[in-house]
Structure formats: structure tokens, C-alpha cells
Design a protein around this ligand. Structure first.
Ligand SMILES: *Cc1c(COP(=O)(O)O)cnc(C)c1O
Length: 475
């Protein structure tokens, strides 16, 4: 399998060439040159593999369709050590919980940091370690986080050979639970840096360091952000696993509703559907930051300024633009790299929006590609958390609540699977607001706030961050 850029660069690249990279050199995102088609016989075979050998074996089958530059035995070993009951808390890895009336929750949040990002990040940790060892290289991962991504990255990379993580977060602004999750890690290769500023200051520092190309190359700076193709690919697997659990035969269809921010999670659903998984609809659920809902309703994609990005009670979906969206638009435009470049490289950059409402292909977003969307607010979130708790005895987190709210507005004739993207303990304040009591805390997190913390506080100064990387990084 070869990979190409959404902006037209078709230099042939294999999976491991793009594994450690971010954007393509032309500013686009990487996609496989085609989506391998799963026919009825192959789908039946995958169902049997999943039933008899489990999630890791299914992951190996799907990944093998896209990765031909890692020997099969090595890739199998990587999948087997990633998707274990010990790491993900259940033998099924992503069990379905019925919510009545054909609704299901797919549990993606039982990994080490209690959010779905572990599903991909844990695999990425093993893939990075493997590929760096093969090349004899080092990697210093630099990132900025306001919560979920940073902790998922740290738990995936802790103790890995050849890798160090430098994770910036806004000092004093994450929840006590999130701070404890990250800062209690004592691994020598994990460096928490609390910046005296807000999240945007952290992101600006990451950009400034990455734009210093000489420093970046000399100190082997890399990232683990959500545009990484390997992360997306790992997520394709749980759409298959959800489908197999909700259906008995391969003539049946399901729909998925996906709490969305950067469009990474639901883009994996799009890939699964393009491969031939019988998905009727992919419903994108947003919070008050409704860039994506606006597009699917109107055909206008309008990015927001930082000042217009609201702080909500589903904070991991508080985005101003959806960084993976370009992948879907590339497919919507019939994989026309020049047209995608015109929209994302020119129109968005110069005026902050593009408008496909008059383009016949926009109608295909719903028709040919199955996309629908909806939006949820703080009041919806509280009402949904309360309702699901009362009727089903299940406590859901705020992001998942956005998904359930929107899913209920899109109930069709086939089973509707809502992806559970985090556990409620991560957002205890809003759960308490909804239910009058805090959510249950998994036993392994008892007393986590009291553990010793490992963090360096720095002012919002690029040079100080660089100095820390020089001191603790390896090249
Ligand atoms: C990251 C995240 C999302 C959004 O996922 P995208 O892939 O960015 O669309 C939703 N919910 C939670 C809890 C998250 O951590």
C-alpha cells in the first residue's frame, strides 16, 4: 500500500515512511492511495476471526491491509501486546452495552487514561518503539495538551525505548484528576511542563519550536497529534468490532454516532464504510463548537477564531477547526488534490471559510457517504446524563452524552451504536451537577491526587522550553 497527500503530492511512500511524520511536505494529510474493499466472504471471515481469536487478531487483519513494510509476525506481536485485557480492562476490549430500543454504547474508554484516545495511542507507542529501534533513531515528542491527548500520549510512551515526551499544559488549568493522571508518572522519559499561561500559549510554543527547522531536525522533534494516519487506522478496527457485536449476519447494517472534535474518530468510521463495512449512517455529534454540524447542515465550512471557541463542559470537543476534516473533503471531491488544496490551502487560509453549498458533490456527503450531524448544549448534556442514569442505571460522560443526545434524533431502522469516548470520572464536576453526586471512580485511581507529582513550571517562553529539551532530550 502506498500513501499520498490530500493536496496532490503523490511521491510514493509506505506506511513506516509516514508513521513518524506529521503533515505531508505540501501541507496536506496522508491517505492510502485506495481503501481495500472487504467483500461478503472477507467480512464473514473477519467476523469469525474476531469471534474466535478476539480483538487483537482482528486488529492485525485490518492493519495488514494497510501496512506491508512490517513483517507479519512483528505486526502480529505488536497487536497482541497492545490490545490486552490487562491494559483495556476487558477481554472484549470494546464491549457493547445495550441502552434499549436498538441503541448501544461501545466502550472505548477502559484504557489507561479512561478516554478513547488510548485505543490508538497505545498502538502508536509500540509502533514507534519498533520503528525507531529498526532505524537506530531517537524521537523527542513535543506536544501541548489541555487534557486527554497529553495523558494518552504519556501513558502510551512511558518507558518506551528511544522515545522521550515533553508535554506542555497550562499551569493550574487542568482538572485535579487530569493533573494527577499526568504528573504522577515517575518514568524518566516523561517530562511534564506546566506553562504559566493558557492552552494557546502552549500550542504557540510547540509551533515556534517546530518551525525552527534546524532545531527540530537536530533534536529529533516529533509529534503524536490527531492527524497521524496510524492513529486513524487503529480506530478503524473498533468500527468492525462494534458492528460484529451488534449484528448476527453480514446482511445487517448499523449506524454510528460519534462525539466529534477534530474529526479523527468519525473519519475512521468513514474509512471503515469506504472499505465496505455495512454502515448505514455516520452521525457527527458536536457540542456548542459546531463547526462540523454547520458544514453538514449548510455546506459551509467556517473555522472559528480562538476567541470564538467556547469553553464547554465537553472540553475535548472544543475545537476551532477540525484538523482531520481535509481527509473527508478530499474523498468528497473525488480525491482531487488540486481542488482540496484550493479549499484548504487557499480559501481557508485567506478568508477563513469555504462554501460547497452550491456544489453537487455536497449532496453526496449525506447520500453517498452517509453523513448526518447534530449539536448538543450544556443543558442537553445534563438532561441526557440524568435520563440515561435514571432509565438504564449507566453513568455516561459529558462527551458521550452529546453523542447520545444527537443519536436519539437520528434513530433509524438499524441498530445505532454510540461511541463512548471517555469515562465520567474525568469530568466529575458536570456529572455532579447533573446527578447530584459524583461518578464512580475505578479502584485503580483511588487517591491519585495525593501521589507525588513530577512537573516543571516554566513561563511562556520558547527558549526555556528549548533549553529543557536540550538538557533531557537525546539525538
Ligand atoms: C478527543 C476526544 C473527542 C473528539 O474526538 P475527535 O477525534 O477529535 O473528533 C471526543 N471525546 C473525547 C472524550 C475526546 O478525548
Amino acid at each position: 500500500m502506498r500513501y499520498l497527500s490530500t493536496r496532490g503530492d503523490a511521491t510514493p511512500r509506505q506506511f513506516c515512511d509516514i508513521l513518524l511524520e506529521g503533515l505531508a511536505p505540501d501541507g496536506g494529510l496522508y491517505l492510502p492511495e485506495r481503501y481495500p474493499r472487504i467483500d461478503a466472504a472477507e467480512l464473514a471471515r473477519l467476523r469469525a476471526v474476531h469471534a474466535s481469536e478476539g480483538y487483537a487478531a482482528l486488529a492485525f487483519e485490518i492493519l495488514s491491509l494497510y501496512i506491508d513494510d512490517i513483517p507479519a509476525a512483528d505486526l502480529k506481536a505488536i497487536c497482541d501486546k497492545t490490545y490486552t485485557a490487562e491494559v483495556f480492562g476487558a477481554r472484549a476490549i470494546v464491549p457493547l452495552k445495550p441502552l434499549g430500543d436498538g441503541f448501544y454504547l461501545e466502550s472505548l474508554s477502559n484504557g489507561p487514561t479512561l478516554a478513547f484516545k488510548d485505543m490508538a495511542m497505545q498502538l502508536l507507542g509500540h509502533l514507534f518503539e519498533y520503528e525507531l529501534a529498526r532505524r537506530g533513531q531517537q524521537l523527542n515528542i513535543l506536544g501541548a495538551t489541555s487534557g486527554d491527548t497529553g495523558s494518552a500520549a504519556e501513558y502510551a510512551m512511558r518507558g518506551k525505548q528511544g522515545i522521550r515526551v515533553f508535554m506542555l499544559s497550562p499551569h493550574g488549568r487542568m482538572s485535579p484528576f487530569q493533573q494527577a493522571q499526568m504528573f504522577s508518572l515517575q518514568d524518566a522519559n516523561i517530562h511534564n511542563i506546566a506553562i504559566e499561561g493558557v492552552f494557546d500559549d502552549c500550542q504557540d510554543i510547540v509551533k515556534a519550536v517546530s518551525n525552527d527547522l534546524e532545531f527540530k531536525a537536530r533534536h529529533r522533534i516529533g509529534t503524536v497529534n490527531s492527524i497521524n494516519w496510524a492513529r486513524l487506522l487503529a480506530q478503524v478496527v473498533y468500527y468492525f468490532a462494534g458492528y460484529f457485536q451488534a449484528t448476527r449476519g453480514d446482511a445487517e447494517q448499523v449506524s454510528f454516532t460519534v462525539p466529534s472534535g477534530n474529526f479523527g474518530n468519525v473519519c475512521a468510521g468513514h474509512v471503515a464504510r469506504q472499505m465496505g463495512l455495512p454502515i448505514a449512517r455516520l452521525v457527527v455529534a458536536t457540542n456548542e463548537n459546531d463547526v462540523l454540524d454547520e458544514f453538514f447542515r449548510t455546506g459551509v465550512y467556517r473555522v472559528r477564531a480562538a476567541a470564538d471557541t467556547l469553553e464547554t463542559s465537553s472540553p475535548s470537543m472544543d475545537i476551532s477547526k477540525a484538523s482531520n476534516f481535509e481527509r473527508f473533503i478530499f474523498d468528497l471531491l473525488g480525491r482531487d488534490g488540486a481542488a482540496t488544496r484550493e479549499l484548504f490551502g487557499t480559501q481557508l487560509a485567506s478568508r477563513g471559510y469555504f462554501d460547497l453549498s452550491g456544489d453537487a458533490r455536497f449532496a453526496q456527503a449525506a447520500g453517498r457517504f452517509g453523513f448526518q450531524s447534530g449539536r448538543s448544549t450544556h443543558a442537553d448534556r445534563l438532561a441526557t446524563i440524568r435520563d440515561v442514569h435514571e432509565r438504564h442505571g449507566v453513568t455516561i460522560d459529558t462527551h458521550t452524552a452529546d453523542g447520545v443526545k444527537v443519536a436519539r434524533e437520528h434513530r433509524g431502522r438499524v441498530p445505532m451504536i454510540v461511541l463512548e469516548t471517555a469515562l465520567p470520572i474525568k469530568f466529575a464536576e458536570t456529572i455532579t451537577e447533573a446527578l447530584g453526586h459524583p461518578p464512580e471512580r475505578p479502584a485503580r485511581f483511588d487517591g491519585i491526587e495525593d501521589l507525588p507529582k513530577r512537573v516543571t513550571v516554566l513561563s511562556a517562553d520558547v527558549e526555556q522550553v528549548k533549553a529543557l529539551i536540550v538538557r533531557y532530550g537525546k539525538n
